[in-house]
Ligand binder design. Sequence first.
Ligand code: NAP
Length: 248
Amino acid sequence: MAENVLIIGAGSGSGIGMGLVQHYCQQGHQVQAISRQPRPALMASEGVSWLSLESSQTDDESERSEQAINKVVAEAIRAEPALIFICQGWLHDNQHGPEKTLRQLSVLQMYKSFEINVVQPALYLKALFSYLTRQAGIKVLVLSAKVGSISDNQLGGWYSYRLSKAAVNMLVKTNSIEVGRYNKTASVVSLHPGTTDTALSAPFQANVPSGQLQSSEATAKRMAAVAAALTPQLSGKLLNWDGAVLPF
Ligand SMILES: NC(=O)c1ccc[n+]([C@@H]2O[C@H](COP(=O)([O-])OP(=O)(O)OC[C@H]3O[C@@H](n4cnc5c(N)ncnc54)[C@H](OP(=O)(O)O)[C@@H]3O)[C@@H](O)[C@H]2O)c1
């Protein structure tokens, strides 16, 4: 049955969010995409509503960000999405790469990592809160990463990214409990998509064992299978790309 699917953070050309947009479109679903980017020229499909984040009239950066998120989410929930993916994520830029040692830690990098990997998903969940508490069978998948699992951490390093992904897992767990008090049919999970060929992973792909690097299309297909099998009993968990429950 065709559903309405909302994909937040859809705009990166090679990214997993865009892979999801294309996957659900091809499957005949109605897709809404939220992005800081304008609708890509190639994305002309009638099945996609493209909602660009606007900036509003305030000097306060965080207030501006929250107002823009509230506005775009209010528009998106009018279509009553049954399935929501939150795909924000950041690991590196020209000035910062993942820290090999704590001596490389920079305040700017840590703030940026928390802003994009934790604060923004939290603002989206906040804007969606009343919708999630009343919509029967609603499913939300927040993209996280296995490196945010504390018990799975064997290698160390990557401080800012690891910390922010551990925090987003706690955000999802805590939110799943609160949403579940009102709506027993809701599922809110964090999801490790597996190593995928995107701008985020590009500098680190040399170390990926052969055959383990997925295209965004393949990752989107696997994530859609996880979403289809999701039940409220799994709410709050960190799931792997194959649907297995990962340890926190
Ligand atoms: N690729 C991998 O191997 C891999 C592995 C494990 C986990 N993940 C996780 O999967 C998710 C998607 O990653 P990806 O590989 O698709 O990365 P990506 O191609 O870099 O896309 C990341 C998305 O995050 C949003 N974003 C980037 N900078 C932002 C900023 N300053 N403010 C707000 N939003 C910003 C963008 O959304 P818009 O431009 O549309 O607004 C973009 O679509 C992330 O949470 C990542 O941590 C990826």
